[in-house]
Design a protein around this ligand. Sequence first.
Ligand SMILES: *[C@@H]1O[C@H](CO)[C@@H](O)[C@H](O)[C@H]1NC(C)=O
Ligand SMILES: *[C@@H]1O[C@H](CO)[C@@H](O)[C@H](O)[C@H]1NC(C)=O
Ligand SMILES: *[C@@H]1O[C@H](CO)[C@@H](O)[C@H](O)[C@H]1NC(C)=O
Ligand SMILES: *[C@@H]1O[C@H](CO)[C@@H](O)[C@H](O)[C@H]1NC(C)=O
Ligand SMILES: CC(=O)N[C@H]1CO[C@H](CO)[C@@H](O)[C@@H]1O
Length: 601
Amino acid sequence: MDDSPPSTGHKEAEPVQRSRRKRLIWICVALFVAVGVAVAIVIAVLISKDVIHVGSRSGSSSEAAATSGSVAPSGVDSVSSPQPTAGGDSGSGSGSKTTTQGTNTGTSTTSSTPEPTESCPTKTDIPSADRGTDLDTTTWLDMTGFNCSYTAETVGDLPIVGLNSTWDDSARANPTVPPLNKPWGSYTARPARGVNLGGWLSLEPFITPSLFSDNSKLGGQVDEWNLCTKLGPKAAAAALEKHYATFITEQDFKAIADAGLDHLRIPFSYWAVEVFDDDSYVYRISWRYLLRGIEWARKYGLRIKLDLHGLPGSQNGWNHSGRSSIVNFLAGPNGSANAERALKIHDRLSKFFAQDRYKNVIAFYGLANEPAKAIDMDTLINWTEEAYKIVKDNGIKAPQVFSESMRGLGAWQGKLGGYGDSLVVDAHEYVIFDNALVGMKHADKVTFACQTFTDQVSSSMNTGSGFGPTMVGEWSQADTDCTKYLNGVGNGARWDGTFSDTGGVPRCPTGDKQCSCALANADPSTFSPEYKLFLKTWAIAQMDAYEKSWGWFYWTWKTESAPLWSYQAGLAGGIMPEKAYDRDWSCASPIPSFGKLPEYL
Ligand SMILES: *[C@@H]1O[C@H](CO)[C@@H](O)[C@H](O)[C@H]1NC(C)=O
Ligand SMILES: *[C@@H]1O[C@H](CO)[C@@H](O)[C@H](O)[C@H]1NC(C)=O
Ligand SMILES: *[C@@H]1O[C@H](CO)[C@@H](O)[C@H](O)[C@H]1NC(C)=O
Ligand SMILES: *[C@@H]1O[C@H](CO)[C@@H](O)[C@H](O)[C@H]1NC(C)=O
Ligand SMILES: CC(=O)N[C@H]1CO[C@H](CO)[C@@H](O)[C@@H]1O
C-alpha cells in the first residue's frame, strides 16, 4: 500500500495504469486467502469446542464412524445384544465387534478440554504373542467403561489393561458419609452399610439357576467347576463372559448408592488370577470385570471389601467355593500345596491393590471366605498370619478380614491378638441353615436378632469377651431355607422336610404337613401386608444388631428368582427401607403385631 498513488485521476501513462490494476488483483487474492484462512481457523476452534457438530456420515472420509454406525458419546457403548449363550459359537461375533468402541472422535467429547484422540486397536495392533489372550482387547465381549488400548503392563504380575490412567475419588455414596477422598473415621462409630455382589464373579446355583440345572441342554451341574467341565473351555468362557457383562452393570452400582448403602463386598475367586493342574475354571476373564466394578463403585462413592471367595483346592468343599467336594486347602491330600498357592495369589493381589489408585476405594481386604470348620484351627491361624504379613508388607493399609470359619465368634477370643484395628473377624449370620433356628416363629426371629445377634456381635467387639473388630459380611432377609438350590442343586428344604438332614421332618414352626415353601418363593408383590411388615421388621432388626459391629453386608444385591435374598427385589417389593440409613423402626421399639400371619408359610 505504501507509495501507491490514489487510484482516481490521471489518464496518462497506460502502462502505469495496467501495473496498478495487476497489483490490485494480487491484493484482492491475498485478502481473499487471508479471510479464508481466518474463517477456517474460527470453524476449527468452534468444532473443537463442540459448538459445531460434524455429522459422521456426511463427512464420508470418516470410515471409522461409518463402520461402527455410531458416534456414541464415550461410555455409551453398544455391544449390541451379547452373543447367544453357551455353545453358540461366535460366528460373526468376536472379531468384528469392538474395534472402534470407546474411540474418542474428538468431535463428540463433552468435556471442555479436548482429549487426545485415542482409537481402539485392531487385531493386527496386538502383538502376536498376546493375540487371543486376556490382554487382547479386540476379543472382549463388552467394552462399556473399559479402556480399549492394548498394554502389557502389569503390577504384581496382574494386568492393568482396561483401566483408565486417571481416577476421581470425590464421590460420596450419600450425604451421611464422607466422600472417598476423606477418611471414613471409626467403623465403631459409623458402621458400614453394604451389600454383596454375590453370584457374579463367583457363581452360586441359587443366585443364577439359569446357569445351572435350569439350563436343560446340560443338566445336573452343581457348581462352577462342574458347569465349566460340561461346557468345555470355549463355551464356558463365552457363557461366563456374557454373565459377567450382563448380570451386574453400571446401573447396579448407581442403584446401590441410591439405596443409601455405602459399602460393597465383591466376591471373586482365584481363577481371576491363576489356574492350576486340571482346573476347568475360566481363566482371568473375571479379573477385568472386578477391576471395572471397582471403578464403577468409585464413581458412586462406594467403598469396597475385597473377598477371595474361592481358594485353590476349595477351602470349604461348598458349591460357592467353585467346587463342592472335599476340603483340599490346609486339609485334604494337597492341602498344604494349595495353601501355598493361595499365599502366592495374595502376594500378587496385594501388590496390585497397593497401587495408589486403590487406597481410598478399597476399605477392607478379605483373606478367605468361610474356611471349613474341619480345618485345624491352629493351622488356619498360622496361614492367616502368613497371609496377613504378605499383604501388609506389600503395602495394603486397609484392614484385613478373616472368617470366623463356622466356629462361632466366641471361639476367637484371645486368638490372633496384637493386630489392633488392622484385622477384623467376619461373621455370616443366618438362622435358616439350622433345624432349630429355622423353626422360630416370626416374632421370635425378630427377638432373636435384637437380642442374640446383638449380644453375639457386641461381645465379639470387646476383646475381654471376643476377638475385637468384628463385622457381618453376610446375612439375609430370608426367613426359610426354601429357595431353590439354596441347599445345593438337587436338595430340598429344612422348612418342609425335604432336605436330606431333616429325616423327613418338616422344621417350620408347626412342624407338620402344613409347612409349605409356596409363599417364600412367590413374588413379593403377592405378599400380604402382614408378611411384608414382618420381613421389613426382620431385616431392620438385623441391621440394628449388626450395627453394633463395624457394619454389615447383605447377601446379596441381586438374584434371578430368589426375592428374599435380593436387596434389589426387596426394595422393589417394599420390604426393605428405601434408604438404609433412614429406618422407621428399631429394636428399641416394641415388635409390631403381624396379625394372623400363619407360621407354616
Ligand atoms: C475411561 O475413560 C473413557 C474415556 O474417557 C470413559 O468413556 C470411560 O467411562 C472411563 N471408564 C471408567 C470405568 O471410568
Ligand atoms: C488407556 O490405556 C492406555 C494404556 O495403559 C493409557 O496410556 C491411556 O492413558 C488410557 N486412556 C485413558 C483415557 O485413561
Ligand atoms: C494334587 O496335586 C497334584 C500335583 O499338582 C495333582 O496332580 C493332583 O491331581 C492333586 N490332587 C488333588 C486331590 O487335588
Ligand atoms: C504355627 O506356627 C507356630 C509358630 O511358627 C508353630 O510353632 C506351630 O507349630 C504352628 N502350628 C501349626 C499347627 O502349624
Ligand atoms: C452341596 C453344596 O455345596 N451345597 C451348598 C451350596 O451353597 C449353599 C448356599 O450357601 C449351601 O447352603 C449349600 O450347603
